[in-house]
Every structure is written in structure tokens, then in C-alpha cells.
Design a protein around this ligand. Sequence first.
Ligand SMILES: [Zn+2]
Length: 558
Amino acid sequence: MKISFFGAAKIVTGSNFLIETRNTKFLIDCGMFQGSKSINRMNYQPFRFNPEEIDFMVLSHAHIDHSGRIPKLIKKGFKGDIYSTKATVDLCSIMLPDSGHIQEMENEWDNQKRRRSGEELREPLYTMKEAEESLRYFKPVLYDQKIELNEEITLRFRDAGHILGSSIIELWIKEEEGKETKLVFSGDLGRRDRPILRDPYLIDEADYLMVESTYGNRLHPPSEDDAKELISIINATVKRGGNIVIPSFAVERAQDIIYELNKYYTEYIKNKDQDFLNVPVYVDSPLTASATEIFLRNPDCFDEDTLNLIKIGNNPLDFHNLKFTKTVEESKQLNLSRESKVIISASGMCTAGRIKHHLKHNLWRKESSIVFVGYQAEGTLGRRIKEGEKVVKIFGEEIQVNAEIHSLEGFSSHADREGIMWWIKGFKNKPKKIFVVHGEEEATKEISRKIEEESKIKTYIPELGESLSIEGESVLSGGRLEVDRKNKELREMEESVEKLKSIFWPVLQRLGHKTDHGADSEELNNFKNKLMDIQKDILDLNRLITEKKKEGNHKNKS
Ligand SMILES: [Zn+2]
């Protein structure tokens, strides 16, 4: 089989892997490249495969850097099914059309420039309508169910704990009778003990693993610390009369922030904390509002704490001064009123959407605060502000950066270096090789080193566009765990043989003693023959054990 890394290789975005087996060609993810202009341009390059020849696709989660080129894939002739969890289908049903809308607007903006400079006009990557049409290819699948996609390929989704509906992908690939290879794609891995979602599922075994490494060279502060920090930033900013602008991904991060604020507001009401400033919180992103509704429709993805809150009637994604703005007018109004407020808006990396207006109105104000709560890709407006640029261009206008800039990594929904290592150490049967993907170069290198040192598993960092062949594995039946089970059986048999030997030895000695005192020679010969047969059996068994052991060791090593 062959794996080609057509996205998220030595880069975080554009997740797209092609797997070619003897009879099947399928994709894992078909995400958008996001970042600088040159990175964005990669979305317009033709696919490195023929979409018409792809049998189906498996989607890890709804984030645009994993799903964002699906409408383009379909536009270019893909006709297969797209398998993902139900919550992922729900989220894609709002995120892909939103992305189509952004594509249309940005293309129109670029075309105006092209018109002026006499360049040829260009089509958007895809339209909102095309994105809507792509939704009928989706096939929702439950977590934890093994599904035979065809004779060669079996699929199972496990909870990745990264965003609602996110999954780790397990694939069993049988290219010929008696040979099976298990591939595991971590997808984007979440963190333990985060609000709303369950912890990432620990996988037992894999022949080959592909692991994300977004924060492979970072350690996140505990999320409770950052939740407290956020409250103190809000209070301090309100005291000096500024606004708190939080650029946030519409899915998960925004809900995490709402969850933490709800927790704080609930505490406030309980404790009648007079110092607390009654600050309105606006969610100014129609996409975030829709995503929040989808969260409430998929409680089966929630962790126990969140379900318990719901049971006692506390909607964890709502509190009394939380307001969702809908119209553009309402959004504009936020920047006209002088009242201090929290504004949660998208896009998370400040590349599009209403957040750009809020930055334009608040970046220059030294009393305001901008709080980053998520990953900012190289080349994005968010990254430039976060890295301390003093002047940035928004809608063609130069804006001074005077506001306080904060970055709270504790809200990240990606596992950090320790989180990734915790998850990798969960494998009972180690993969023979780990491909490190979905990270910038430094992060991939650092986590690779760490994996090789601590887990003694070989790693490989694929190049963007690289294709690798993977050999099918000989298995007795049903995969590596089966081999291990048989090895254990053989070990037990070996012990039995040793026990038998220890029983026979005294018998033999006794017989010898008996011979000295004139035992029946025929009886003795019979016994000797029987003993020789048993010894032969023992030898055969020993040989079998050694062979099987070698096979097992070889499998574990290679
Ligand atoms: Zn993601």
C-alpha cells in the first residue's frame, strides 16, 4: 500500500492523505491550507491525484484545515461517500457553506484588484451553493463501531477529544488473504480534563501511526489557570474602560470560553461577589451561534461533568448576560456603544469575518485588550499581532497596536508535548513506525526526538507531497494482539513442558534404580520407547515455541 502526504506535512494546515491499496484509493481529510498568501495559494493548485478515481473519503473532524477543500474535491469529480461522525456532519453543514461564502467574498475583492491591473479574473475556490451541495456526500458513522467499507478496508472512529465530533481514525487494511495492516491516524488530538469533551481515547495497537504535532514543542499551562487569568484580564480591562476582544474559532474554543464564563457567572451569583463587574458578553459571529446550537444537539459527545450540569438544569453554554448578535447592524452597534464589553468573534486567526472590524476598532485603544485563545498560523493577521507587530493593515488601513495583547494557550484544544506522549504511551502494542505530521518543522522535530527517546519507536517526518510504500503484515488472524495472545499461550506451554521434565526426571531415576534390582527388561524397553516419544514431542514443541517467539520478536521489532 502507498500513503501520500498531500497536506499537513511539515505544515499544520491542508490535512490531506491519499491511501492506495491493491484495489482501493481513498482520502483521509481534504482540508484547506491556511496562513500566508503563498500558503493560501496552494488551495488553488490542482489536486495531485484524480478526484474521479477516489473511492471514498474519511474525515477526522470539521475544522476547515481538515474539511475545507471537500467542495473543491467534489467540483473536480469526486463521487464517493464521505465518512465522519454525526457531530462532524452537523458542524460541516454550517462550516463549509460559511467557508464558501468567505471564498466568494475574498475572490470578489481580489477580482476587483485584478480588474484594475488588467489581470484575468478568477473563480472562487468554491461557492456557498457548491459547499451546500457537497453535504449530501456525507455519511454519518457512530463512534466505536467497526465498519467494513469494502473487502479490503475496515474503519472505526474513536473520540479524539479535540472538538465536538472529532475522531481518531483506525483502519484495518487487508490487501491479500492472511495479511492485514492497521493504520491509525491521530487526527487532531485533544487534551485531558478539558471542559465539555471527553479525554482522547487510548488506542491499543497499530502497525503504523500518523500523529499530529501542532504543539509538539510546547507545554500548555493548566487550563484552570488560564480561565482565572481570562477573568482577571476582563476585570482589569473593564476597570480602565476598554473592551476585551477574543478572536476565537467558532467551534469548540468559543464554547469553551462560554463554558468557563458560565462557570464564573454561576459562582458569582452563588457568592454574591460584589467586586464582580457585570460585563456583557457578546458572541458576534453567526457561525459561532450556529455551532453552539449544534453542541446542544449532540450531548452524546459530552463528558460526564457537562452532562451532570445539564441534568441539574444549568445549560453550560448560556448565562444571563451572554448575548448572541445576529445582524450586521447589531455587530456594528458594538463598536458604537461606549460600554465595556467582552466580544467573542471569528475567525480565530483573524483572517476573515467580523473579528477584523473589532480589531480595527480596538487595536489602537490602549485601554482595550486582545486575548488570543487559539493557534495562530504563520502569516496570519493574528500571528502578526501576537508576535508584537506595532502597526498592522486591516481593510487597507494602517492600525497602531496599542491595546494589551494577551495569549492564553491553556485554552488550546490540541494536546501539547506531554499530552501527545501520554497518548502514544497508551499503545500496548507499539507501532513499528510513527509518521509525524500536522506541525511546523520545529514542533515535528522535537516531538520525533522525544518519541524515539522515550518510546523507542522509529519516527519519520514526511515531506509535503511525499509518497511512501508500506508493506502488508503477516498475521495469524486478526492482528497483532492475536500474535501476542498466541505468544502468551506458547509461554504457558513452555512452562508446562518444564514442569513435565521435572516430573519425569525422578521417575527415570527410580526406573534406573529398579533395573539394578532386576526389573523386567521388556517393561523397561517399553517405558524407554514411550519416554523417547515424549522427549521427541518435547523437542518438537520446543522448536515450535522458539520459532513462534522469533516470529513475534521480529514482528515487534520491524
Ligand atoms: Zn482541528
